[in-house]
Design a protein around this ligand. Structure first.
Ligand SMILES: [Zn+2]
Length: 325
């Protein structure tokens, strides 16, 4: 809260201090060596022909679906994930969400909790949509991601305990790290690698008439997505800390993150927003923190705790370091 007030008062705060003050995390510059290893793997795995950037772009294009097809597949994806989420977690029976495709937004998708266990999920229809990103988005925003967390916290914290301060969702706060950690690990919490692979191969891809897709490669790239997000964090360092020009950052993102020109410009637009410039770190910080927690503790038990208790990143670090998890 203090950091928010300092920023609102137009105080110039060093970038890393802002992230620490708002989110209880310590962002650092990430060595590109990890990404180069991922690029090497991609080079060996993607269909041949052209530069690696072109091949990666072609790969993504091969997974693209129209908005109409996305709308057609949505009920099936949503029902599947809803059933799994209700089995594992204590979701109120009457919960539901509505999905709408919108235009002119800087983000890919957004969940707004409306109260009464209902959410509105908006998906950016201006950006190309891929079959895998549709699945990941519904897990991230809906089951068992943002909508699930907010519906369960509504039931447990507001209605059962009467903690009315939870009517307010403070996005730019340590909660953001927990929320994005939950959302970025949501899909792998519902389905094991093998179950997910089978689901794509036997259910979703045949329905989408995309049986030709190499499911293993697609899932391997999905699992490396957080590495690309770490590069977006580096881009934020380049922009705000090292004061590099947009053109220099575009070249950086093309070279390391294999972004297209358009994607790179969009990333820069996102990290230029005063509220998003440090929010960009919540995704990878949350993801890595929860992955570490789940490697030491019963995943379902702790995921359920995070869905129903107010927890800060520092609390999780303490659980990990004291071995109480
Ligand atoms: Zn999110």
């Amino acid at each position: 809260m203090k950091m928010s007030l300092r920023l609102l008062a137009d105080e110039t705060v060093p970038f890393v201090e802002e992230a620490r003050g708002l989110y209880d995390i310590q962002p650092t510059w990430k060595d590109e060596a990890d990404f180069m290893e991922f690029q090497k793997w991609l080079d060996e795995s993607l269909p041949k022909g052209g530069t690696l950037n072109e091949r990666f772009e072609n790969w993504q294009k091969s997974l693209e679906i129209s908005v109409d097809k996305a709308k057609e597949l949505l009920p099936f994806i949503t029902d599947t994930l809803r059933e799994l989420a209700h089995k594992k977690f204590d979701l109120p029976e009457e919960e539901s969400f509505n999905v709408e495709f919108v235009h002119d937004q800087p983000w890919m998708a957004y969940n707004q909790y409306l109260g009464e266990y209902k959410s509105q999920i908006e998906i950016n229809a201006d950006l190309p949509m891929q079959i895998d990103s549709l699945m990941i988005t519904i897990a991230h925003e809906g089951y068992p991601g943002h909508h699930t967390e907010l519906a369960i916290k509504d039931a447990k914290l507001i209605r059962q305990k009467g903690w009315r301060e939870h009517f307010v969702t403070l996005l730019n706060s340590p909660w953001g790290v927990i929320a994005e950690g939950i959302a970025t690990t949501a899909l792998e919490t519902l389905l094991t690698d093998q179950e997910l692979e089978d689901f794509y191969r036997e259910e979703l891809l045949p329905r989408a008439k995309m049986k030709q897709v190499n499911v293993r490669t697609m899932l391997e790239i999905n699992r490396a997505e957080w590495r690309i997000r770490e590069l977006w964090g580096n881009a934020a360092f380049l922009l705000h800390d090292q004061k590099k020009s947009a053109d220099e950052i575009v070249s950086y993102l093309k070279k390391y993150a294999l972004s297209s020109e358009e994607e790179a410009r969009r990333t820069i637009e996102f990290i230029s927003g005063p509220l998003d410039r440090t929010y960009i770190f919540t995704y990878t910080a949350g993801y890595k923190l929860l992955k570490e927690l789940f490697s030491r503790a019963d995943r379902n038990k702790y995921f359920a705790r995070l869905l129903s208790e107010p927890v800060t990143p520092n609390q999780i670090r303490t659980w990990i370091s004291t071995g109480s998890a």
